[in-house]
Write a protein that binds this ligand. Structure first.
Ligand code: PLP
Length: 398
């Protein structure tokens, strides 16, 4: 296979197959920077997270950065107690409320510590009666959540698991659950690594539901009232790393003794997420993404496009003689699509060749192998088309 060097780069344009040479193209870290007389090769970032953000948002950040709203100060410099930030926080909350139709009896909180922080926060705040939670074992992140709760002395019961199927399908609730013995059910709505999604949320009448929506937050419509808690680290589908959104039914939030302040739902609710310095920049950037999303027709609009994008790749994979997606059709994710050839060395060659064409970060998670394409909200259709064209040509040229 041809290896581009600092002085010589060749790449094939997926669709027209014309070949360019340039002494100025060069590798820098993960990225191919490519310039020929003003022609910039488009780069598409299929990373599972931190992940692609909308181009107009990146450009807005660039414009705002030295001087936010004519203040003469950068978002990086302003106080979290300033009126400038008050507006940013209030608008982000309202825009999220509008987009997800979050009713008034739910609060929106902003934490640090990522999805992983919530694996501890949820049991600390909510597993206070039985000190026991239930889990559907749908893969890596469900296991991480269970392990973190167990570390805190909470009993974790796995109600169903699809480990034996390598998580290529989703576990479902058994028909009878002793609901009186658990404080809540933990559910990983979208399994980022395995590429599965609960398109219908499992319902259990009186078991509170805590949902890890980190990787398909705002990717498809859900009824907030089906959940007691929804949490999501921003860096998959909402914005930059650093802020974690928690949407919580106010009625289940109670003061709990001996909690670290940074994980305390009740404290953050009474302080409007401003108990201490919040991740100011990350909240500002996520706020811009929410405004961008509204302009895309909201969750319904983006869901339509997400379905079309995912369908293009699944359709290709299902007809390919080289590549396949191992996931049960009904459980397939719109945001994270693993696929492979069955030959690890060939998979690695595909990843490398794709990167030479500007299709970045397609390497699959080590536990699944192969490749993985993440189509978050900010992935344009042109990126999906470029990927499918590339895979098609790769397959044909063999
Ligand atoms: C990425 C991810 C996490 C972990 O998020 P961090 O913010 O890195 O802690 C948890 N759950 C899911 C479903 C994820 O995709």
């Amino acid at each position: 296979m041809f290896q581009p060097t600092a002085s010589q780069v060749i790449f094939h344009r997926g669709a027209d197959k014309s070949v360019f040479n340039s002494p100025r193209g060069h590798y820098r870290g993960d990225f191919l920077f490519y310039l020929i007389g003003g022609l910039t090769m488009p780069i598409y970032n299929f990373s599972a997270g931190p992940a692609v953000m909308p181009k107009p948002v990146i450009e807005q950040i660039q414009r705002d950065l030295p001087n936010l709203n004519g203040s003469g100060m950068s978002i990086l410099e302003i106080s979290h107690r300033s009126s400038l930030f008050d507006t940013i926080l209030a608008e982000a909350k309202q825009d999220l409320r509008d987009l997800m139709r979050i009713p008034d009896d739910y609060e929106i909180l902003f934490f640090q510590g990522g999805g992983t922080g919530q694996f501890a926060a949820a049991p600390l705040n909510l597993a206070t009666l039985h000190h026991a939670i239930a889990l559907l074992d749908s893969g890596h992140w469900a296991n991480r959540a269970g392990a973190e709760a167990a570390k805190l002395g909470v009993a974790v019961t796995t109600l169903a698991s699809t480990q034996a199927d390598h998580y290529t399908r989703l576990p479902h609730l058994p028909t009878t659950i002793p609901t009186e013995s658990y404080d809540y059910l933990h559910l990983t709505v979208n399994n980022t690594i395995e590429g599965t999604t609960y398109h219908t949320i499992p319902q259990s009448s009186d078991l509170p539901l805590v949902a890890d929506m980190s990787s398909n937050f705002l990717a498809q419509p859900y009824n907030v009232t089906d959940f007691d808690v929804i949490f999501a680290g921003a860096q998959k589908n909402l914005g930059p790393a650093g802020v974690t959104v928690v949407i919580i039914k106010k009625a289940i939030v109670k003061p709990v003794d001996h909690l670290p302040s940074m994980l305390d739902y009740h404290l953050f609710m009474t302080k409007n997420s401003l108990y201490n310095t919040p991740p100011v920049f990350a909240i500002y950037a996520a706020g811009l993404v929410l405004k961008w999303l509204k302009a895309q027709g909201g969750v319904a609009g983006i869901y339509q496009r997400n379905q079309e994008e995912a369908a293009k790749l699944y359709d290709f994979l299902d007809h390919s003689k080289l590549f396949y997606n191992p996931v049960h059709h009904a459980d397939r994710s719109l945001t994270n699509i693993p696929f492979m050839t069955g030959d690890a060395q060939l998979d690695a060659e595909v990843v490398e060749t794709a990167a030479q064409e500007g299709l970045m970060n397609l390497k699959g998670h080590r536990s699944v192998g192969g490749l993985r394409a993440s189509f978050y909200n900010a992935m344009p259709m042109t990126g999906v088309d470029a990927l499918v064209n590339f895979l098609h040509h790769f397959e044909q040229q063999r």
